[in-house]
Design a binder for this molecule. Structure first.
Ligand code: SAM
Length: 281
């Protein structure tokens, strides 16, 4: 059977008697029009390697396979494997299933095993409970994807893309935008999912920067943003006291009397640079 002859995902889900498990953050996209749109937004092309986290019943996986991608799908819940194997049979050589926790896998090893020599993108309707942890793993960890097209709760998408001055601006926006270009490309109402979550969702497209800060600098940035936004109502001279307070701010060219929410990503990078230099002495 080829991909286009497969029954609708909803039917396959019923045939295998699969119900969503809350503990795994399962909210499925069963409408292929939506999953195909996500594959288009991810600009998936023939032969491209894609890592998908949490294929579940395979609605997004199917759209990625239709677009010609080679998909390495990491799923924790083994109940979906019989159904996903059927999907793989309909697209020979294109789907590699991995039963594991995406937080623990080494993506570089998976690519070396299943698609050696290729640079992979990540496309996923992420489980909400580990979405930000996975994003930070891909942005600040040793393996970097070519691009990421990821579904988050809308509130998290807003925190990722927020600009200085926005209510949602905080640590996540600073760390993400210091390492990638991020923009929301689609909003999806709760009713698009089975079962519907309590909140609206959004797809965010992220392109890692070529010259992202190194690991030591990222650590300094995390320390700085944690201190600054941990006490976001305070002026920097006070919230950053343990890191150098007024002197630190002046050395970085930042007014010590402003609050964290008014400092842009460049400003935080300047502060982190001094924090890093101090810790090296
Ligand atoms: N991609 C499917 C779709 O769009 O219909 C399912 C998305 S559902 C929001 C999240 C999926 O991630 C579930 O299949 C769940 O079992 C899986 N999952 C949850 N935690 C995971 C983890 N740590 N590693 C890998 N998969 C995980």
């Amino acid at each position: 059977m080829s991909l286009k002859d497969l029954p609708p995902i909803r039917e396959a889900l019923e045939e295998y008697g699969l119900l969503a498990k809350k503990s795994f953050g399962q909210h499925f996209l069963l409408d292929l029009n939506i999953t195909r749109k996500i594959a288009r937004l991810a600009e998936v092309v023939e032969g491209q390697t894609v890592i998908e986290v949490g294929p579940g019943p395979g609605g997004l996986t199917r759209a990625l396979l239709e677009a010609g991608a080679k998909v390495i799908a990491v799923e924790m819940d083994p109940r979906f494997f019989p159904l996903l194997n059927g999907l793989g049979d309909a697209a020979p050589g294109q789907l590699h299933l991995v039963q594991n926790d995406a937080l623990r896998v080494k993506e570089a090893d998976l690519i070396a095993e299943h698609a050696p020599g290729t640079q992979a993108s990540v496309v996923a309707n992420l489980p909400y409970n580990v979405g930000t942890a996975l994003l930070l793993k891909w942005l600040t960890g040793p393996w970097q994807p070519r691009s990421m097209t990821l579904m988050f709760q809308k509130e998290v998408a807003d925190r990722i893309t927020a600009q200085v001055g926005d209510d949602a601006y905080g640590r996540l926006a600073v760390v993400v935008q210091a390492t990638a270009k991020a923009r929301t490309v689609m909003d999806l109402p709760a009713r698009a999912f089975t079962p519907p979550p309590k909140v609206t969702s959004a797809v965010v497209n992220l392109t890692p920067l070529m010259d992202r800060p190194d690991a030591a600098m990222l650590k300094a940035l995390e320390r700085t943003t944690q201190a600054a936004f941990g006490q976001r109502r305070k002026m920097l001279r006070s919230s950053l006291k343990t890191l150098g307070g007024t002197e630190l701010c002046l050395a970085a060219g930042i007014d010590p009397d402003v609050r964290a929410e008014t400092v842009d990503v460049e400003g935080f990078l300047a502060l982190a640079k001094i924090v890093l230099a101090q810790s090296a002495t």
